[in-house]
Design a protein around this ligand. Structure first.
Ligand SMILES: Cc1cc2nc3c(=O)[nH]c(=O)nc-3n(C[C@H](O)[C@H](O)[C@H](O)COP(=O)(O)OP(=O)(O)OC[C@H]3O[C@@H](n4cnc5c(N)ncnc54)[C@H](O)[C@@H]3O)c2cc1C
Length: 142
């Protein structure tokens, strides 16, 4: 039997999550789809100000990648991408530590097709104070 095509999506934000959900529901045969994200959950960033003001409970309302992947036909791996070997089609995943404890050593993920959806850094247009507020909101979620 032909080996499954390995599709690896790095980043389960607005772009990456939408992609794996759509492709997963389409149930392509012979495609092994994996989502890698450094966080176990997703929250729609435009709601971060509600998290910061306490009007939105991120613990209750964020999307858990583990359960979402089980319902949408893809595999979720928790970890931060730390490097890329394009020649050999390998994504390097950093060791996973929680509270200083090592949960998993560094890993290599092989892919046939790679989608990078790791987002970007918000532009604060030099407005004083905004940078620290945005990074605090992102840290609160992470
Ligand atoms: C406070 C705030 C308010 C916003 N309000 C609006 C709005 O009102 N309307 C609007 O249209 N847009 C808004 N945006 C912008 C919108 O959220 C982004 O355009 C959108 O989230 C970008 O999607 P993305 O998939 O490219 O990246 P993101 O949604 O940022 O997702 C990137 C994902 O990649 C993961 N990741 C990053 N690096 C790695 C790595 N090395 N290894 C593994 N995983 C990694 C992250 O954990 C994250 O899950 C707002 C953004 C912010 C910060």
């Amino acid at each position: 039997m032909k080996r499954a095509h390995k599709l690896l999506v790095v980043g389960g934000g607005a772009g990456g999550l939408e992609l794996v959900a759509h492709l997963g529901l389409a149930k392509h045969s012979n495609v092994e789809m994996t989502l890698l994200d450094g966080r176990p959950t997703h929250i729609w960033k435009p709601l971060l100000h509600e998290v910061a003001t306490g009007s939105f409970n991120s613990g209750q309302d964020e999307l858990n990648y583990f359960s979402h992947s089980a319902e949408n036909n893809y595999k979720f791996l928790l970890g931060w991408m730390g490097g890329l070997d394009r020649k050999n089609k390998i994504v390097k995943v950093d060791a996973l530590k929680v509270g200083g404890k090592l949960l998993c050593g560094p890993r290599d993920l092989h892919y046939d097709t790679l989608v990078m959806a790791i987002g970007s850094v918000p532009d604060t247009f030099g407005t004083p104070g905004i940078k620290s507020i945005v990074s605090t909101m992102i840290k609160m979620h992470g």
